[in-house]
Write a protein that binds this ligand. Structure first.
Ligand code: ZN
Length: 132
């Protein structure tokens, strides 16, 4: 895998979950780095180019965890509980990714492998483990 130096990547424009598409939109928000709008399936991220890449990753992971929370039907007794859990999980996952690029590479490779296996099955291939 190649690592372009110092090139800040564009944020993804969408994520798909449970057969639904959530848009990821860069837009100014007052008093927050980001927010997840369940009604419009939109994740808004404050487009702050002064934000460190770590903080941008953390913000996107944080908002996507709200999406996961919603899509998986997780219920909290208080909104504060959801915010706390999402904040701590986002920090942990961000740290895991930044300190373990081999883990991120594994996920990318495993995802491509799974996608290829599904495509192979969809095309009428044998229903067994895909070999690459
Ligand atoms: Zn939040």
């Amino acid at each position: 895998m190649q690592y372009p130096e110092a090139e800040r990547p564009e944020m993804p424009e969408y994520v798909d979950m449970n057969e639904r598409r959530w848009r990821v939109v860069p837009s100014k928000i007052q008093g927050a780095y980001g927010c997840a709008d369940y009604n419009n399936r939109t994740v808004t991220i404050n487009p702050d180019t002064n934000m460190s890449m770590t903080d941008e990753i953390d913000t996107l992971v944080h908002e996507l965890l709200h999406v996961v929370w919603y899509e998986m039907g997780i219920r909290a007794k208080k909104e504060a509980n959801e915010e706390y859990v999402v904040t701590m999980l986002a920090r942990g996952i961000t740290q895991l990714m930044l300190r373990n690029i081999h883990l991120v590479e594994y996920f990318v490779h495993a995802t491509l492998h799974e996608r290829a296996a599904r495509q192979y099955e969809d095309e009428g291939g044998e229903d067994e483990e895909y070999e690459d």
